[in-house]
Design a binder for this molecule. Structure first.
Ligand code: C2G
Length: 153
C-alpha cells in the first residue's frame, strides 16, 4: 500500500531548511503532500510573508520531493486532509514538537530536527540591511557622528 506523508507550512523565501525537511519527509514514504499556508491564513497565524501565496505554492509544487501541493487555509483542515488522502505519516519540524499529537488517532505523527542557522525570519533580517531606507538611516547616523567629531577637533 502506498505510504503518503503530509506536512504544512508557510515556506516563505524557500530555503535549505525547508528543502531538508521536505526531502527527509519524502524519504519516509512513497508520496509527499505539502499544504502551503495561504496569505489569509498567515494573517491569522500572525505571520507576515514576503513572497505571495501563488508563488510560494508554485515553488513548493516544483520541488522534486513534492508530489502534490495544496492550500492550507485553516488550522482545522489537517484531519480532513489525512482522511481524504489516506495519509500514513504527518510530519513537521521539531519547533512544532507535540503540538499536533491529537492527530495520532488518524496517522503516525513525527517531528524532525530543524535545520540550524537558517529561517525565513533571519533571511528577512539580512535583506533588511540591504534595504535602501536602512542605508539612508546609516548615512544620517554617520553624518551626525562626523558633526560631533568635528566639534571636538
Ligand atoms: N523548518 C525546518 N528548518 C528550518 C526552518 C523551517 O525544518 N530552518 C520547517 C518547520 O519546522 C516547518 C516547515 O519547515 O515544519 C515550514 O516552516 P514554516 O514555513 O516556518 O512553517 P510555519 O509557519 O511554522 O507553518 O499548520 C502548521 C503551520 O502552517 C506551520
Amino acid at each position: 500500500m502506498k505510504k503518503t506523508v503530509i506536512t504544512y507550512g508557510t515556506f516563505d523565501l524557500f530555503h535549505i531548511g525547508h528543502l531538508n525537511l521536505l526531502n527527509n519527509l519524502k524519504s519516509l514514504g512513497d508520496e509527499l503532500i505539502v499544504a502551503v499556508s495561504t496569505d489569509e491564513f498567515n494573517t491569522l497565524k500572525g505571520k507576515k510573508t514576503i513572497v505571495p501565496f501563488e508563488d510560494r505554492i508554485e515553488i513548493v509544487r516544483n520541488i522534486k520531493s513534492v508530489d502534490l501541493a495544496i492550500p492550507e487555509s485553516d488550522w482545522q483542515q489537517k484531519e480532513k486532509n489525512i482522511k481524504e488522502f489516506n495519509v500514513s505519516i504527518f510530519g513537521m519540524g521539531h519547533d512544532w514538537q507535540n503540538k499536533f499529537n491529537d492527530l495520532k488517532v488518524f496517522c503516525e505523527v513525527i517531528y524532525l530536527p530543524r535545520t540550524e542557522d537558517v529561517s525565513s525570519t533571519s533571511l528577512k533580517q539580512k535583506l533588511k540591511i540591504l534595504d535602501r531606507s536602512h542605508i539612508t538611516d546609516l548615512k544620517h547616523t554617520l553624518d551626525l557622528i562626523s558633526s560631533i567629531v568635528e566639534r571636538f577637533e
